[in-house]
Write a protein that binds this ligand. Structure first.
Ligand SMILES: Cc1cc2nc3c(=O)[nH]c(=O)nc-3n(C[C@H](O)[C@H](O)[C@H](O)COP(=O)(O)OP(=O)(O)OC[C@H]3O[C@@H](n4cnc5c(N)ncnc54)[C@H](O)[C@@H]3O)c2cc1C
Ligand code: SF4
Length: 327
């Protein structure tokens, strides 16, 4: 049983001030934080409840794009008609995540900030070595089962996977994250583990995510999210791909393509090499399959997760062919 203080913020300023203190943690839907507290990973001294903050639950879609409040629930955003029509990859990524009950509780801000599912990270009683939990303690995963670990962006300190789906779609579509202090490109928001795996995002103490902005584009309107996993629902990705595609007027030449991967990286992984190999070229199945191999450029695998090097390019190719109307 953890003894902690509870406070309910009534304004963003209050939330920022209260969560700046060491040991203070924000709570939104609670579906990650409560799990982590139960397994002994999170030990909040103060839980700052932001669920009653006004104006953070709205979803607006206009010519410039979509603005999604940090407290909007996953299910509300997935079902928004504007999101479904103009940003299908976002809606699909949300619907393929977690379960209906979780999506009804969980928020967009909390979803982005979920922690890794590395089983050694989540079992402090069983495994003392975890550089993410306890800097300098080692990495239990490196000597154990690595099936659900990353192949891209790893370091010798940590190979934990970023598990979320939404952030992958947002990465492909060039979203930005708005906070109480600034606006951050999503590609700059998440940090690879490097020497400091305990630091996962650029957020500073007391910085609250207020919204996500997804710019409108033809590629965003013609986008999809494909997730491959061990079972058909309620499971994290073994590999996933978000793809947005715009063709020239000839209906064949690729004008704009956005590709990001999930289930393989320590962060949501933008596959710029795949995009570069296809931009300006004709959409052709053989070329797509060849270009998709660039998705795992620089990958490093272990005995348990080498299968992802084969799987990820196949998922990327399937997603591109799907939005291209070939499969
Ligand atoms: C069994 C299970 C299966 C799941 N499967 C999937 C899946 O397949 N795909 C997937 O993507 N996710 C999955 N999830 C994760 C789930 O989507 C997240 O738990 C959820 O989105 C977190 O949202 P929340 O509002 O409940 O966050 P909370 O638990 O309230 O918060 C999570 C973290 O974010 C911080 N936080 C929350 N809001 C803000 C904010 N506005 N600004 C700054 N920090 C903030 C909190 O301090 C905390 O550290 C699964 C979860 C469970 C339990
Ligand atoms: S992979 Fe990272 S999170 Fe998992 S045990 Fe190693 S250091 Fe901890």
């Amino acid at each position: 049983m953890i003894d902690f203080d509870y406070s309910r913020a009534t304004s963003l300023d209050e939330a920022a001030a209260q969560s700046r203190h060491p040991g203070a943690m924000l709570i939104a839907g609670g579906t990650t934080l409560i799990d982590l507290a139960k397994c002994g990973v999170a030990e909040p001294r103060t839980v700052v409840d932001i669920t009653r903050l006004p104006d953070l639950s709205a979803v607006t879609v206009d010519e410039a794009g979509a603005t999604i409040g940090a407290l909007a629930t996953m299910s509300r955003v997935a079902a928004d008609a504007g999101i479904e029509a103009r940003f299908p990859a976002v809606s699909e990524a949300l619907l393929l995540a977690a379960s209906a009950q979780l999506r009804n509780m969980a928020t967009i801000g909390g979803n982005l900030l979920q922690r890794t599912r590395c089983s050694y990270f989540r079992d402090p009683a069983g495994y003392a070595a975890c550089n993410k939990r306890e800097p300098g303690s080692g990495c239990a995963a490196l000597e154990n089962v690595t099936r659900d670990h990353a192949i891209l962006g790893t370091s010798d300190q940590c190979i934990a996977l970023y598990p979320g789906d939404l952030a992958v779609a947002l990465t492909a579509l060039g979203a930005t994250i708005r906070t109480t202090k600034r606006e951050i490109a999503i590609t700059d928001f998440f940090l690879e583990p490097g020497e400091t795996p305990d630091r996962e995002t650029v957020l500073e103490p007391g910085e609250v995510v207020t919204a996500v902005h997804v710019p409108a584009s033809k590629a965003a309107t013609n986008s999809t999210y494909l997730k491959v996993r061990d079972r058909a629902s309620y499971e994290f990705a073994a590999a996933s791909a978000a793809v947005g595609l715009e063709l020239e007027a000839d209906g064949r030449t690729i004008r704009d393509i956005r590709v990001a991967l999930g289930g393989v990286g320590t962060t949501p992984w933008r596959a710029e090499a795949v995009e570069a190999a296809l931009t300006g070229r004709a959409l052709d199945e053989a070329r797509v399959r060849e270009a998709a191999r660039f998705a795992v450029e620089g990958a490093k695998s272990w005995a348990g997760n080498a299968y992802k090097i084969e799987l990820a390019p196949r998922v990327v190719a399937r997603a591109i062919l799907k939005v291209g109307g070939i499969q």
